[in-house]
Design a protein around this ligand. Structure first.
Ligand SMILES: Cc1cc2nc3c(=O)[nH]c(=O)nc-3n(C[C@H](O)[C@H](O)[C@H](O)COP(=O)(O)OP(=O)(O)OC[C@H]3O[C@@H](n4cnc5c(N)ncnc54)[C@H](O)[C@@H]3O)c2cc1C
Length: 487
C-alpha cells in the first residue's frame, strides 16, 4: 500500500458500480486522492458486470447496454490509476467502516475502512481516509413459494450474472418471473444467448401505469427502452403473462416445471387459472433492496429502507456521502448522476469550499426526473399482495437456517411474536450466513410485520482471527493529514 501523506485529501469510495466510478472520477479530477474498493474481481458493478478475463470474450458489448458510457468510465479510471490519483482495490470485501472523531474541538473526523481480501475473505486490509462515499448498490428481493429451493431456481440477477460474468446459460428452457423492470433485460438476455424463454411472468398490472402517464411522458427515452424490450420479446416469441405469478416449482432433484396462475385485483390467485410450464430454469425476482449495512453501522439515518441523503448526497454523518442504489433503487443512469454530484461535493467540502451548484445542475435535474420515474415504477411493480397465502407450511423460508413457513407461523400465532426480531429469536430465521438479507422480507410478510431494516454490526461475516488482530498490523495504510470542514 502506498503512503497517503501527500497533502491531498483522501476519499474512500466503497463500490465500483456506476455511482462509485462516476464519483471517483469526479473527485479525482478535482484533486482528491481516491481509493476505490469493491468486492468484485473487476470494476463495473451490477449494470456493467464484466466477463471473467480468462474467458476471452470477443464481443462483451453484446451483453450490455450503454457500452459507450462504460468505456468512458473504464478509460477514465485507467487514466487516473496510471496517474496515481486513484487506487483501485478489487476483490476487497468491506465489512466495517470506523469513524474516528477529531481529537480537538471541531477537528474533522477520519475513517478506517476494514476489508477482507481474496476469495477466502480472510486477509484483512485497512484503508484510512478523510471521507467515505458509500456506493454499495442494491440486491434482489426474492419471496418464497413451494419448490423455490430446487436446483434450477435462480434469482433473475443471478441468471444474468452467470451470462454476463461467466458466459454460461443457467439452463436451456427458462421461465422469468416476479416483478420489476429487471425481468425484461434478463428475459431478453437469456433469449438472445440461445435459451428458450417459455414465459415472462409479471405480477404487476401494466394498466396501473396509466395513473402515472404524466411522469412516463416526461421520459421518452425510458418509454423507447420499454418498447425496444417489447419488440425483442416478440422477436424471440417470449410469451408475456402479466397479472400472473408462479405459485409452485416442481421437480425431483431439480426443476422440471413451474405452475403459474392469474391474479385477481386483490392479488389472490384466481382458482382454475393454474397452468404448468415445463422448464429447467426459473429466474425469479420480486424487486430490489438497497445495501445499507455499512451506512447503518456508521449511524447514518435511513429514509424507509434507503440511506437518507441531502441535495449534495451527504448523509447526516459528517464525512459520509452515499450515492446510487444504496440511497434508493433507480437504475444505472440515476446512480451515475448521484455519483457525479457526490464527487463534486466531496472535492469541494474536503477543501473547505461550498460546491458550485451550477457545476452539477444538469445532473441534479436528471436525478430529480429519474427519482420521480422510479417512484412511479415502484408503486406499480409490487409483489402480489396475497403472496404469503400460497406459501405452504413445509416451504423453507430461511434457507441458511432451514426454517419453514410453519415455524414462522407458529411463532406468530401460537407464541405471540409481533415483530421480525422476536420471530428470529424464536425460530433462528435470519440468524445464518446471510443474516436475514434474503429471508427478511419473506419473514416479515409471513409474520404480517412491517419490513424494518435489520441492524447488523458487520456487512460481511468476519473471521474471529481478524477481529482479534491488533490495529496497525501489516496492510494498514497511513492516514492523510489534510484538514477539512465536512459541514
Ligand atoms: C443482480 C442485479 C442485476 C441487475 N441487472 C440490471 C440490468 O440488466 N439492467 C439494468 O438496467 N439494471 C440492472 N440492475 C440495476 C443496476 O445494476 C443498477 O441500477 C446500477 O448498477 C446501480 O449502480 P450502483 O453503482 O448504485 O450499484 P452497483 O452497480 O450494484 O454497484 C455496487 C458495487 O458495490 C460493491 N459492493 C457492495 N457491497 C460491498 C462491500 N461490502 N464491500 C465491497 N464492495 C461492495 C458491489 O460489488 C458492486 O460492484 C441490476 C441490479 C442487480 C442487483
Amino acid at each position: 500500500m502506498t503512503d497517503r501523506t501527500d497533502g491531498r485529501p483522501h476519499l474512500a469510495v466503497i463500490g465500483a458500480g456506476p455511482a462509485g466510478l462516476t464519483a471517483a472520477l469526479a473527485a479525482a479530477a478535482r484533486g482528491v486522492r481516491v481509493t476505490l474498493v469493491d468486492s468484485a474481481a473487476q470494476a463495473g458493478g451490477q449494470f456493467y458486470r464484466q466477463t471473467a478475463p480468462g474467458l476471452g470474450a470477443r464481443r462483451p458489448q453484446a451483453l450490455h447496454h450503454q457500452w459507450r458510457t462504460w468505456e468512458r468510465l473504464r478509460d477514465g479510471l485507467a487514466g487516473h490509476v496510471a496517474a496515481g490519483r486513484v487506487t483501485s482495490l478489487t476483490d476487497h470485501h468491506v465489512w466495517f467502516v470506523e469513524r474516528q472523531s477529531g481529537t480537538t474541538g471541531g477537528a474533522p473526523a477520519s475513517f478506517t475502512v476494514h476489508a477482507l481480501l481474496g476469495p477466502e475473505q480472510e486477509e484483512p486490509v485497512t484503508v484510512h481516509a478523510d471521507a467515505v462515499l458509500l456506493a454499495t448498490g442494491g440486491y434482489e428481493k426474492v419471496l418464497p413459494f413451494p419448490g423455490w429451493t430446487l436446483p434450477g431456481v435462480v434469482t433473475a440477477g443471478g441468471a444474468q450474472a452467470m451470462l454476463k460474468g461467466g458466459l454460461v446459460l443457467p439452463g436451456r428452457t427458462a421461465v422469468v418471473a416476479g416483478t420489476g423492470p429487471l425481468l425484461l433485460p434478463v428475459a431478453v438476455g437469456l433469449a438472445s444467448a440461445g435459451a428458450k424463454v417459455a414465459a415472462l411472468v409479471e405480477s404487476a398490472d401494466p394498466r396501473a401505469f396509466v395513473r402515472h402517464a404524466r411522469v412516463l411522458a416526461a421520459h421518452p427515452a425510458k418509454l423507447a427502452e420499454g418498447a425496444w424490450y417489447a419488440a425483442e420479446l416478440a422477436r424471440y416469441r417470449v410469451r408475456t403473462r402479466v397479472r400472473h405469478t408462479v405459485v409452485a416449482a416442481h421437480g425431483t432433484g431439480r426443476l422440471e416445471a413451474v405452475t403459474v396462475a392469474a391474479l385477481d385485483g386483490d392479488g389472490r390467485v384466481r382458482p382454475g387459472t393454474e397452468r404448468r410450464i415445463p422448464c429447467d430454469t426459473l429466474a425469479v425476482g420480486h424487486g430490489m433492496l438497497p445495501h445499507t449495512d455499512l451506512a447503518e453501522a456508521l449511524g447514518c439515518r435511513l429514509d424507509g429502507v434507503d440511506v437518507a441523503v441531502d441535495d449534495e448526497q451527504r448523509t447526516d454523518v459528517p464525512g459520509v456521502w452515499a450515492a446510487g442504489e444504496t440511497t434508493g433503487i433507480g437504475g444505472a443512469a440515476l446512480a451515475g448522476a448521484e455519483g457525479g454530484i457526490a464527487g463534486v461535493s466531496i472535492a469541494a467540502r474536503l477543501n473547505s469550499r461550498i460546491p458550485d451548484r451550477s457545476s452539477y445542475a444538469s445532473a441534479a435535474k436528471a436525478r430529480a426526473g429519474m427519482r420521480e420515474f422510479f417512484a412511479a415504477v415502484d408503486t406499480v411493480c409490487v409483489p402480489p399482495a396475497r403472496w404469503a397465502e400460497h406459501v405452504t407450511d413445509d416451504t423453507v423460508v430461511c434457507r441458511c437456517e432451514e426454517v419453514t413457513a410453519s415455524a414462522v407461523r407458529e411463532a406468530v400465532d401460537e407464541l405471540g411474536a409481533g415483530d421480525v426480531r422476536t420471530v428470529k429469536l424464536l425460530t433462528r430465521a435470519g440468524m445464518g450466513w446471510c443474516q436475514g438479507r434474503m429471508c427478511g422480507p419473506a419473514v416479515a410478510g409471513l409474520a404480517r410485520c412491517p419490513e424494518t431494516p435489520s441492524r447488523r454490526p458487520f456487512a460481511r461475516p468476519v473471521p474471529l482471527g481478524v477481529l482479534a488482530r491488533e490495529p496497525g498490523e501489516p496492510h494498514d495504510t497511513s492516514p492523510s493529514t489534510t484538514g477539512w470542514d465536512p459541514s
